[in-house]
Design a protein around this ligand. Sequence first.
Ligand SMILES: NC(=O)C1=CN([C@@H]2O[C@H](COP(=O)(O)OP(=O)(O)OC[C@H]3O[C@@H](n4cnc5c(N)ncnc54)[C@H](OP(=O)(O)O)[C@@H]3O)[C@@H](O)[C@H]2O)C=CC1
Ligand SMILES: CC(C)(CO)C(=O)C(=O)O
Length: 302
Amino acid sequence: MSYPSQRIAVIGAGAVGTTVAAVLAAHGHRVVLCSRHSPAGPAVTVDRASGALTAAVPTLTGPGQAEAVDWVLLATKAYDTASATPWLEHLVGPRTRVAVLQNGIDHVERVRPLLPLGIRIVPALLYFAVELVGPGHTRWSWGTDIVVPGDDPAAEFAQLFAGGELHVVQRKDFDAVAWQKILVNVVTNPITALTGRRMEVFRDGEIDVLAHTLMEEAIAAARAAGVGLTEEHVNQARDVICGLAPDTGTSMLYDRLAGRPTEHQLILGAVARTADANGVPAPAIHALLALLHALPEKVPAA
Ligand SMILES: NC(=O)C1=CN([C@@H]2O[C@H](COP(=O)(O)OP(=O)(O)OC[C@H]3O[C@@H](n4cnc5c(N)ncnc54)[C@H](OP(=O)(O)O)[C@@H]3O)[C@@H](O)[C@H]2O)C=CC1
Ligand SMILES: CC(C)(CO)C(=O)C(=O)O
């Protein structure tokens, strides 16, 4: 590693947090996982196509054990963001930077109110798919990219990963790229969560028609809101959906299978609100939003 080892705290020992912690620790950084459960470690393991990656990562189980670090990586579900406040109070010092590793389009707005003035925040879009298969153990089935804005804090974030297994891509058109990611999530997440099926469900012709409708509604909402979503962004979103392996799930499917709440308000809700505010019809998105909102707590695994 050419970049100096950094002290990094990852809040959330779930699929993303465990995977990112393993990658950064294997890369030589001093990483701790912050969990609200028992320790994930002492070692964490990520199963990749190329074999298992195992790294020693200590777990903190209470904010009182934490001290200020160089970087905080927030990897909770978006709806749990505010519950991370006690961790942030202990982990964030004057020079700490905070990266938000979550789905959605308003990462910075979500976290800014929880931090002291002047703390730099890096929103991060995750172009990889990971599933928690046991405590401190994940399965990595797709992708290697994390997309961030083109500014200096994001460049420093990219340095953390330089030469490692996850690649940080800086994009000046970050707002449009965030919508590009929402196009992926607005299609894949509700359909897998509502059917209880993995990406193989998209082989069904009628599901394909629904996917097309959801994407068209989201594109219309984004364009009406003035997001600079080009044909290239749209095509890349379609390529991502087609590139997900049939046995890959989504974070929203895993939430359903575990009986956790889903992030529908942060994904479909964000698109529906944009559509409504701009007078764009989005009946399919509203219908799926209503269904997700009405779901009981747990479905059996397919
Ligand atoms: N998994 C994936 O492949 C992808 C996920 N994403 C996004 O990344 C984000 C993280 O997703 P993912 O890792 O899958 O989610 P998980 O549910 O697997 O992990 C979130 C973890 O955060 C923990 N947590 C919540 N609140 C706190 C808290 N206050 N203190 C400590 N830990 C806390 C949860 O604990 P508990 O078990 O108690 O709930 C859980 O272990 C989401 O926004 C998701 O949409 C984006 C792309 C791909
Ligand atoms: C992996 C991917 C792209 C699948 O939609 C995702 O973002 C998620 O699971 O939330």
